[in-house]
Design a protein around this ligand. Structure first.
Ligand SMILES: O=C(O)[C@H](O)[C@@H](O)[C@H](O)[C@H](O)COP(=O)(O)O
Length: 236
């Protein structure tokens, strides 16, 4: 559970950049590709600021979403829509390298198909896939991906991807990775600089509240804080 405290957001983003570069190149060297999960929210801005500076083999990247809103790609709330508009012009990635969703299908089917596409990406073995890296955020209520406090999805063990229709964070309908998939990742990174994250990180690290983000147990979980967000206790 590496907790890394940097001086400020700029230093946090440099650390994020270095970790993504290092993890991507290890994955490509060892396994011939790099499987990564993007989240929405402020991570989008962070990736636009960092990914253009890394040295990697972009064609080997397979990009999925830790969660995605059930909206048209053209909708401002679409996470893929954000990356298509703001990130793709900055780096040598193609749209096809992103596994987006088809909202012409019911949300239940979208989740089923997304799970099937992840299994296909990793080969149909019965093993739970191990993403090389999941980039996660944390909401003010301690949610991560679209796993919200006290929600039944927190207990789901028989699915890798599922759907939610009552997300407390709009929009209400989403698909989301579940803990069996998230916790089998080789690495996950929470990029959480800034005063705005201090309170929720205090709840998790100092008050030991059992919130959804605190339940992430990927093989390596990196918490990237800065002096404004870092709790006084850094063990959970
Ligand atoms: O699509 C989403 O809504 C995200 O995946 C969500 O889990 C996000 O990561 C957190 O809400 C943190 O968002 P911020 O980083 O913008 O606070």
């Amino acid at each position: 559970m590496p907790v890394i405290i940097m001086k400020n957001e700029e230093e946090v983003l440099k650390k994020l950049q270095n970790l993504i570069e290092e993890i991507s190149n290890e994955a490509i060297t060892s396994r011939g590709k790099f499987t990564i999960g993007f989240s929405g929210g402020s991570l989008g801005k962070y990736l636009c600021q960092t990914l253009p500076n890394i040295t990697t083999t972009w064609s080997k990247w397979a990009i999925f979403f830790c969660d995605e809103r059930y909206v048209e790609e053209s909708d401002i709330e679409s996470t893929f829509g954000f990356y298509k508009k703001h990130l793709i012009p900055l780096v040598p990635l193609t749209e096809q390298q992103f596994r987006s969703i088809n909202v012409n299908d019911p949300v239940e089917k979208v989740a089923d198909d997304y799970e099937a596409s992840i299994k296909a990406e990793f080969g149909k073995s019965s093993e739970i896939p191990s993403f090389d890296l999941l980039l996660l955020g944390i909401g003010p209520d301690g949610h991560t991906a679209s796993l919200f406090p006290n929600h039944p999805l927190l207990k789901m063990t028989n699915r890798l991807v599922t759907h939610i229709i009552d997300s407390p964070k709009p929009p209400p309908k989403r698909i989301t990775m579940t803990y069996p998939l998230i916790n089998n990742a080789r690495n996950s990174i929470f990029t959480v600089p800034g005063k705005g994250k201090a309170e929720i990180l205090k709840k998790i690290f100092e008050d030991k509240e059992d919130l959804p983000a605190a339940r992430v147990r990927s093989n390596n979980v990196y918490w990237l804080f800065d002096n404004d967000s870092a709790p006084s206790v850094t063990e959970i």
